[in-house]
Design a protein around this ligand. Structure first.
Ligand code: ATR
Length: 282
């Protein structure tokens, strides 16, 4: 009656290409130390042409890992190579968390869970309904739209530079989700109850366009999945307009928790100490 995790090392990984900038090792090592677990979490750099072999070594046990995180550019491949996945991950077609269970490789995507947990944690009641504006239609946007669809919003407006990508997401996620060109952003923000940036606009000190945050409805909340800098240009604009903001760092922290629990068997806590640790490393 052995749990497969007990017969395998408590070793987990984050695999990507490149991988050296990943902050995940800091998060998981903090939790391992905090919870007194004798395990490890390692960065593994694997080029796209080596990814299938890496997954093979995971499945046959020769890698010695019990699971791990997957990041750019391997999320779609990880989904495709897994033995089992869940319905939400199938809809996204991309996985960020893998673990072995009874000799099978299970894949899931925790980005949406992390996105919602961050908002629930930092601004309870943020999802009171009305309309939401999602800026961007890339990989990150998918998980955000999927997560928002499950909450109280009547309409989710996806605004993107390339309208074709926004339309693809609107078709994928159903009637509540509508596609718009970037130029419609200001009009859609007027009276909206929620704003999220899922693009790379404003990352690492890059400028971002001015948006009419003051036109959002009373009680609206603005967030950004970019977390470097912590207060992005969009969040600064929102703050100046008196709109409550939630930064994106908590999404990174919360998306890490389900994997940790699978690999190491204990539920970790996202707290101020962990936030401070990551901020100090920025
Ligand atoms: P990710 O997986 O991080 O979401 P992605 O799939 O490359 O990355 O998507 C990047 C998103 O940022 C897209 O919505 C992209 O718009 P396009 O689909 O039109 O390319 C958006 N984006 C990136 N740079 C942008 C810019 N300078 N102006 C407007 N949108 C931008």
């Amino acid at each position: 009656m052995s749990d497969s995790r007990e017969t395998i090392n408590h070793r987990a990984f984050v695999v990507g290409y490149p991988i050296k900038h990943s902050r995940s090792p800091l998060i998981h090592t903090h939790w391992l130390n905090k919870l007194g677990i004798a395990g490890s979490y390692e960065r593994i750099e694997v080029a796209p042409d080596g990814f299938a072999a890496f997954v093979g070594s995971l499945k046959d046990g020769t890698s010695g890992f019990c699971g791990g995180n997957v990041t750019i550019p391997h999320k779609e491949a990880a989904y495709g190579l897994a033995d089992q996945t869940d319905a939400l991950t199938q809809e996204l077609g991309a996985a960020n968390t893998l673990w072995l269970e009874g000799g099978r490789l299970i894949a899931t995507n925790t980005d949406g869970v992390g996105f919602l947990a961050n908002l629930d944690d930092r601004h309870p009641g943020w999802d009171r309904g009305g309309s939401a504006v999602v800026l961007g239609a890339g990989g990150a946007s998918r998980a955000v739209i999927q997560a928002l669809r499950e909450r109280g919003f009547a309409e989710i407006h996806v605004v993107n530079r390339s309208i074709e990508r926004a339309r693809e997401l609107a078709d994928r996620f159903g009637a509540k989700v509508r596609a718009h060109p970037f130029a419609a952003c200001g009009e859609l923000m007027t009276g909206a109850n929620f704003f999220v940036n899922t693009t790379s606009l404003g990352m690492d000190g890059e400028p971002a366009p001015e948006l009419p945050f003051a036109a959002l409805a009373d009680g609206a909340v603005a967030t950004d999945i970019v977390y470097v800098p912590l207060k992005t240009p969009f969040l600064l604009q929102a703050e100046r307009a008196g709109v409550p903001i939630v930064d994106g760092l908590g999404m990174l922290l919360h998306q890490a928790a389900p994997g940790f629990e699978k690999w190491f068997g204990k539920k970790p806590v996202v707290d101020a100490e962990l936030r401070a640790l990551i901020i100090a490393d920025m």
